[in-house]
Design a protein around this ligand. Structure first.
Ligand SMILES: Cc1cc2nc3c(=O)[nH]c(=O)nc-3n(C[C@H](O)[C@H](O)[C@H](O)COP(=O)(O)OP(=O)(O)OC[C@H]3O[C@@H](n4cnc5c(N)ncnc54)[C@H](O)[C@@H]3O)c2cc1C
Length: 392
């Protein structure tokens, strides 16, 4: 099996299908394996899978286990809802809710693959074109190893090459990702540089008119991850997701906010800016697999980050791909069809709910008031997501 892309999705797929005996080869266009950026939250639906892959101990060295998720109003500072995480996640879902730095999760996956020898990794290898016919798959690109260009009918290609995927067009007619009109400003601060009374042990989600902020500790609590999402014009180059962010632009887009949030954000010396793009929710299994080619993670279903499940869905995809791959009595195309059938509806639901969450976070006027009252009255039952956290 050939896996295009060595991000979190590609490495997860390499691990899952490697354990299923696929002997995957990962082609990554970057010259080094590196994940930059920010923190991610991993719900129990995701940690359950990572633990089953034997990564619990490795994760323990880098994760943070928040006690609760607290929703606060950006104008009044009031706590409008609380979802217990910590022990409750273990008791309810049998797996923890954790936060990690993306680079740490990526490294944990990479080290497991290197230790186990379950997959081969090729850096500096960019796939540019793919041809699928009755004989199998042919790929071409820059610096591809000579042995990595032709694959018979008994092999598969998995496009795990992210939002701007080059492989997606061989499964679905080509279209560009869409700009959402939302900008994510993000930063990572040493916890010690945060004013003492504002240091966090939890996930905080601040909701306000046309703005929300998500803050949580990562790297065992040594750093605070901050993301503020506002409406705004994206930079010209959408494909480059890592731009310098301007503090004054952020403050102007946010408008006035409660002193606790303002003081926390004031501790950030420099912001990075991430223009958010996505695609409409998947419409059917045919958007995830065609013949011997399957799509996985953001290449198939880029999702807005408002349910904190983009990487989570890539990891769930990978686990399912591994489960389908072991059905060795079936032709490859049948196995990939089963994978797409098992995954598309859940991914579409997460895409849809993420869009809706973003709208709820940013409500204004009487609707904002109604949201706050509903969250206060219904509390945990409104904030919990058993359909998601219990797993597919
Ligand atoms: C602000 C923000 C917050 C987020 N928070 C969370 C969260 O809390 N929880 C969560 O689960 N998710 C979160 N996400 C989503 C998550 O980051 C992504 O969904 C996930 O990283 C996608 O992984 P991927 O491997 O599919 O794609 P990518 O990470 O984009 O990896 C694609 C890889 O393919 C390589 N590549 C690309 N093209 C080629 C080619 N032609 N040939 C070879 N290699 C190629 C790239 O170099 C890259 O390494 C967040 C996203 C954002 C923007």
């Amino acid at each position: 099996m050939i896996i295009v892309g060595g991000g979190i999705g590609g490495l997860a797929a390499a691990l899952a299908t490697g354990q299923a005996g696929a002997m995957p080869q990962v082609l990554e266009r970057a010259a080094t394996f590196s994940e930059v950026g920010a923190g991610i939250q991993l719900g129990p639906n995701v940690t359950r899978i990572l633990h089953a892959w034997g990564l619990a101990e490795d994760l323990k060295r880098v994760e943070f286990v928040p006690r609760k998720l607290e929703a606060r109003d950006t104008q009044t500072g009031q706590v409008i809802g609380t979802l217990r995480l910590g022990q409750r996640s273990l008791d309810t879902y049998g797996a923890p809710y954790v936060t990690v730095h993306r680079a740490d999760l990526h490294r944990v996956l990479l080290q497991k693959i290197m230790r186990s020898g379950l997959a081969e990794l090729h850096l500096d290898s960019e796939v540019q074109a793919v041809k699928q016919d009755a004989d199998g798959i042919r790929i071409s690109g820059a610096n591809l190893p000579a042995s990595m260009t032709e694959f018979s009918k008994s092999s598969a290609m998995v496009g795990a090459d992210g939002l701007w995927s080059a492989t997606r067009q061989y499964v679905v007619p080509p279209t560009a990702p869409r700009a959402t009109g939302l900008l994510a400003y993000r930063a990572l601060l040493p916890m010690l540089s945060v004013p003492e009374k504002l240091r966090l042990q939890d996930v905080n989600v601040w909701m306000g008119p046309s703005v929300h902020a998500v803050l949580y500790p990562v790297q065992c609590g040594d750093f605070l991850n901050l993301v503020v999402v506002v409406q705004g014009l994206p930079p010209e180059n959408l494909e480059d997701w890592d731009h310098a962010g301007n503090k004054q632009d952020l403050e102007a887009a946010m408008g006035p906010v409660h002193a606790d949030l303002r003081d926390l954000l004031a501790a950030v010396p420099a912001w990075r800016l991430w223009p958010l793009c996505d695609r409409p929710p998947l419409k059917g299994p045919c958007e995830m697999a065609k013949g011997q080619i399957a799509l996985l993670g953001d290449a198939a279903h880029p999702v807005r980050p408002f349910l904190a499940q983009g990487a989570g869905m890539a990891i769930e995809d990978a686990a399912e791909l591994g489960r389908c791959w072991v059905k060795a009595d079936l032709p490859v195309a049948e196995r990939l069809k089963m994978y797409a059938q098992a995954r598309w509806a859940r991914n579409a639901q997460v895409q849809q709910r993420s869009i809706r969450n973003g709208q709820i976070f940013h409500l204004q006027g009487p609707l904002r008031w109604g949201r706050n009252v509903a969250m206060k009255l219904m509390g945990e039952s409104l904030m919990d997501a058993p359909w998601l956290y219990a797993g597919p």
